[in-house]
Design a protein around this ligand. Structure first.
Ligand SMILES: [Ca+2]
Ligand SMILES: [Ca+2]
Length: 333
């Protein structure tokens, strides 16, 4: 009943149709739309002028354009940071990839308002780091990747991407635990081929931070102090999830709603462990733990009976000795 009364309030200003009125149906057309209701897109709970996210939607992501358009939620809208707070619209709404179709997003993930730079998302009880990039004009239009790496374990905590970068922008990363040391690794895909190469082919930098339990901002001014961040050699590696001799060849369908099929190949023989982990690194399922003697293996993950598996981002984590391969997997319930 609470939801119903909110809808009535939004609709009270719907007639006559004019610029700036809230369309409450649109709340159902984006992930976590119920979190901020009309204020996802507007400056006021009754509608009115649009906030930066509402302006993005109105100008480029209504199908068809105009007052009766449906929000075109997808990868492009999800990857854009409308309010410039360093977190993409998808990260703020709990669907970084823009793969959401319906239903709630990952529990334990605190969504935030993509139209307000005073509101940023959070993973569990961890803190965020925001890198405030300056003077990046020479890289304008290129793609930038950034990740947070736990220095002690070498494991990648989280990563994010920006396409078509400008001279000044912010990039935020979630997941810092108080007292731990992290590397913030980032590179511009300077030669535009979609993968990382060590400088000078691509331009890469590293910032070391120690988490103090608070959100922090690091200012970075473009420089030629490049660092080979070996993007391919800490966990997820490349688009195919390849590390060493162990490879996650494919995960399909992805996003998955019932059964995912996972193809793994290995050039070596040994003890293979295949797990599905959530965004916090918790193992939600062990798919295989045994000796792999063949060069290829196909496994399935059936979530049709798993009410405990919420929509959101997961990783297929495959290991054999020191070899690790990781591939992202999105669940859409
Ligand atoms: Ca944002
Ligand atoms: Ca925000």
């Amino acid at each position: 009943m609470k939801r119903l009364s909110t809808i009535v309030l939004c609709s009270a200003f719907l007639l006559p149709l004019s610029e700036g009125n809230a369309r409450d149906a649109r709340v159902t057309q984006i992930p976590s739309g119920n979190a901020f209701q009309c204020m996802t897109c507007h400056n006021f709970s009754t509608g009115g002028s649009r906030n930066p996210f509402g302006q993005t939607v109105e100008s480029d992501f209504l199908n068809p354009a105009g007052p009766f358009g449906v929000v075109d939620w997808g990868n492009e809208l999800a990857l854009f940071d409308s309010d410039g707070d360093g977190f993409t619209n998808g990260e703020e709404l709990g669907d970084a990839e823009g793969a959401w179709l319906s239903g709630p997003v990952m529990p334990g993930y605190t969504v935030s308002n993509p139209g307000s730079d005073m509101s940023t998302p959070r993973m569990g009880a961890t803190a965020n780091v925001v890198v405030d990039l300056k003077d990046m004009g020479e890289h304008e239009g290129k793609s930038l990747w950034m990740r947070l790496v736990d220095v002690e374990t070498g494991m990648e905590v989280t990563r994010t991407q920006r396409i078509n970068i400008s001279s000044e922008f912010k990039v935020g990363l979630m997941g810092m635990e108080a007292g731990k040391d992290y590397f913030v690794d980032f590179f511009v895909d300077e030669n535009n081929n979609g993968t990382y190469e060590a400088p000078p082919a691509d331009k890469a930098w590293r910032i070391a931070v120690t988490a103090n339990g608070q959100d922090m901002t690091e200012t970075f001014t473009n420089s030629d102090n490049y660092v080979d961040i070996m993007w391919g050699q800490v966990v997820s590696v490349d688009e195919n999830g390849e590390v060493g001799s162990l490879t996650v060849e494919s995960v399909y369908p992805n996003p998955v709603s019932d059964i995912a099929t996972i193809d793994i190949s290995s050039k070596a023989v040994g003890q293979l462990v295949v797990e599905v982990v959530d965004m916090y690194g918790n193992v939600v399922t062990t798919l295989f733990d045994g000796v792999m003697t063949e060069s290829a293996k196909t496994l399935t993950w059936n979530i049709s009976g798993r009410a405990d598996i919420a929509s959101g981002r997961y990783y297929v984590h495959v290991s054999m000795g020191n070899d690790i391969a990781v591939a992202p997997l999105t669940v859409n319930r």
